[in-house]
Design a binder for this molecule. Structure first.
Ligand code: ATP
Ligand code: MG
Length: 137
């Protein structure tokens, strides 16, 4: 079965959107198989966002995501990687359609609420990075 890694970022947690986001994935028919709250270390984030290391926004991105608790999740079900990205919206909330999570709850690229794996391959890598095998039920 397909799985994806979804993380509610510190701004999403601070905004009180945990229940709303979990509800959307559950109502769609996806199954929550991994869940934890943590303040991510900079070394975890440098592995997670390794492909963005040369971007000018990278230092600010790592500073923000390590600034407070995130909710890390693994969701399972049919086409959950691509459908999860659809449910999130575009990277820039201003380009995200109403009805998507970013389109409904954000107007700020650097505070776009949530992360979702962008391919099956990155989902596998991210799940292995954030969760041990016995944390997936
Ligand atoms: P995510 O990986 O968080 O799900 P994404 O895959 O849509 O988002 P990426 O290109 O992987 O987008 O960028 C990771 C994050 O970096 C974005 O979610 C956003 O918060 C931030 N980011 C991306 N581009 C910019 C930018 N030009 N300026 C500031 N922040 C940016
Ligand atoms: Mg990304």
């Amino acid at each position: 079965v397909e799985q994806t890694f979804i993380m509610i970022k510190p701004d999403g947690v601070a905004r009180g959107l945990i229940a709303e986001i979990i509800k959307r994935f559950e109502q769609r028919g996806y199954k929550l198989v991994g869940l934890k709250m943590l303040v991510p270390s900079e070394s975890l984030l440098s592995a997670h966002y390794g492909d963005l290391k040369d971007k000018p926004f990278y230092p600010g991105l790592v500073k923000h995501i390590s600034s407070g608790p995130v909710v890390a999740m693994v969701w399972e079900g049919k086409a959950v990687v691509s459908q999860g990205r659809q449910m999130l919206g575009e990277t820039d909330p201003l380009k995200s359609k109403p009805g998507s999570i970013r389109g409904d709850f954000s107007i700020d690229l650097g505070r776009n609420i949530i992360h979702g794996s962008d391919s099956i391959e990155s989902a596998e890598q991210e799940i292995a990075l954030w969760f041990t095998k016995d944390e997936i039920v």
